[in-house]
Design a protein around this ligand. Structure first.
Ligand code: HEM
Length: 266
């Protein structure tokens, strides 16, 4: 019901406008919301911590695994083919190498993701199977984001975590893209060339809004998981008389209990 209602909002969009412009406009407020999550604000302040970053990598791994599997499966779909750039954009391999760097060779047994990540990937699977046109919205949200603000975040990560060299940072590197700006232009022109009915266009715009919201919810869940560890000043020593590592452990347990069914060990 809700989807139908909000999709109608985009029915009145000026016919003939480019999808790339419409999608940017439609998600403007959601972009601001994503940027202003606690996790992204810590990032922008240069305060990202290793536990935060490791947890973020786990969720990104799960998201890209499913996104890229669904893009691969649907690569000859007329809406997906024009924006299918596995050589230039695929992130999964890079994320796996970063996870190995931070968690060690047995990283795959250590990947944990919150409920919001699971909901996001369930949606990706659903549209990959039932409505691949909508993958355009998700590919746009992640890949164009990675090629935009994501590039700055890479530099901040390196500085904040005091990483020397490029190890652990391959998620941010796009060796197949020589100019991010030129590539984004190409990507936008490919998006604009996709033939969509007005109903499909409205659904893609609505899905892009949802894609941003999924990301925001993932960041919020990750922040909840780590809130005690990253904000020790919030702990009142009088009511929380534990040695330094205990607040993290207890906080994590409390949060896990709160998020409850939401935690998945992959
Ligand atoms: C600290 C957080 C973030 C910062 C500082 C940031 C910053 C930026 C900047 C500077 C641009 C370029 C705008 C332009 O070229 O006009 C951009 C574009 C974009 N960002 Fe972000 N961003 C952040 C988070 C996110 C997140 C979480 C997502 C989604 C998951 C996202 C998705 C996008 C997309 C899709 C674009 C391309 C817009 C377009 O040209 O159509 N960003 N971002």
């Amino acid at each position: 019901m809700e989807t139908k209602k909000s999709a109608r909002k985009y029915d009145t969009w000026e016919e003939g406008s480019d999808l790339s412009e419409q999608i940017k406009e439609a998600t403007k407020d959601n972009h601001v919301r994503a940027e202003n999550t606690e996790l992204m604000l810590s990032y922008q302040r240069g305060q990202i911590t290793l536990p935060q970053y490791k947890l973020l990598l786990c969720s990104l791994h799960e998201i890209y695994k499913v996104l890229e599997e669904e893009l691969d499966k649907n690569c000859s779909h007329p809406a997906v083919a024009p924006i299918y750039f596995p050589q230039e954009l695929a992130r999964l391999e890079y994320l796996e190498s970063d996870l190995e760097h931070f968690f060690g060779p047995d990283w795959s047994g250590k990947v944990i993701v919150p409920a919001a990540t699971h909901r996001y990937t369930q949606r990706l699977r659903e549209i990959g199977q039932k409505n691949p046109v909508l993958l355009v919205a998700h590919a746009y949200t992640r890949y164009l984001g990675d090629l935009s603000g994501g590039q700055v975040l890479g530099k901040i990560t390196q500085k904040s975590l005091r990483l020397t060299g490029k190890e652990g940072l391959s998620f941010f590197s796009f060796p197949g893209v020589t100019s991010a700006n030129r590539f984004k232009q190409l990507y936008r022109s490919r998006m604009n060339a996709i033939e969509l009915t007005e109903a499909e266009r409205a659904a893609v715009l609505e899905e892009a809004v949802q894609a941003f919201e999924f990301n925001t919810q993932v960041f919020d869940d990750l922040q909840k998981l780590l809130c005690v560890a990253t904000e020790p000043s919030k702990i009142n020593p009088a009511t929380f008389p534990f040695p330094p590592l205990m607040p993290f452990t207890v906080g994590l347990c409390v949060t896990l209990a709160t998020i409850g069914t939401g935690m998945y060990l992959l």
